[in-house]
Design a protein around this ligand. Structure first.
Ligand code: SF4
Length: 266
């Protein structure tokens, strides 16, 4: 049997092995979770997003960017449909690795029959599963929705708690869920970092970071308090409709003169 030998990749001047094909820097993507993430970090070092840190924005530039977002959309709204803090919490838990549109399609009917923890519990896991079976990971999510309803009744008098620690203690709820609920239901100045916010913060250079937490803390540091209530939605909507992952629409971007991304097309 012939032995397969691999030739080493040619090296660039900097000593970094070059790959054939597309050598353009990629848009910053959310890091992988768990073991895969640990492997990726130890094998390839810190991500390119952090390695090529752009010049930080000045406070005048940040203020200018958010003033433009505010002028264009003074009252931005999230796109997850909900009726009260409880249904918002459930919708956010269901939205992990799913689109808001997909979640809304399932929850419209679900929330008609179960808009409180008590009604959700009475509906039962099997029926919840039927309502949400078009959403990815629906079995796990149905289990979590029932478990968090039970916990809300047992420990919080049937109300959605108002602290991060309590929210994060609920089944299926992590830091992002807590941030969304604190911001949208209770008007706190939190910054939930989803894939869109992560990409926009890294590409523009507004708050570069390797992890959602780094980006969250960076954004909280640079965004003036007067914009924080809506900053999360402005950045999500910007990422979803303008600074698209594959083909950012730089030509119509409100902040194209401020953006630091070397690949921007204007
Ligand atoms: S200029 Fe392009 S890359 Fe920069 S924020 Fe706007 S859409 Fe995104």
């Amino acid at each position: 049997m012939s032995k397969i030998t691999r030739r080493p990749l040619p090296k660039s001047k900097s000593g970094v092995a070059k790959r054939a094909g597309n050598s353009k820097p990629r848009a910053a993507a959310m890091p992988k979770r768990g073991k895969a993430a640990a492997k990726a970090t130890t094998k390839s070092g810190p991500s390119r997003a952090a390695a090529n840190k752009p010049k930080p924005w000045t406070s005048t530039e940040v203020r200018e960017a958010f003033s433009r977002f505010r002028k264009a959309n003074p009252e931005p709204k999230g796109e997850l449909e909900h009726l009260n803090p409880f249904t918002l919490l459930v919708a956010v838990v269901l939205s992990a690795q799913a689109t808001d549109a997909g979640v809304n399609k399932a929850t419209r009917a679900l929330f008609e029959v179960a808009d409180t923890p008590q009604k959700m519990l009475a509906l039962g896991e099997e029926k919840v599963r039927d309502y949400i079976r078009t959403i990815g990971l629906y079995r796990n999510k149905a289990r979590n929705v029932i478990a968090l309803s039970e916990k809300l009744i047992a420990e919080f008098g049937g109300e959605v708690p108002r602290t991060r620690a309590e929210l994060e203690s609920l089944p299926g709820a992590g830091r992002k869920t807590a941030n969304v609920v604190l911001n949208m239901a209770f008007g706190e100045h939190t910054m939930a970092v989803d894939t869109h916010v992560f990409r926009v913060a890294n590409r523009t250079g507004l708050a570069p970071g390797n992890t959602p937490l780094e980006v969250e803390l960076g954004l909280e540091r640079v965004i003036p308090a007067e914009f924080m209530l809506h900053a999360h939605h402005w950045l999500i909507l910007h990422g979803r409709y303008t600074c698209l992952a594959r083909k950012p629409r730089c030509e119509v971007c409100l902040i194209n003169d401020l953006c630091r991304w070397p690949e921007k097309t204007v």
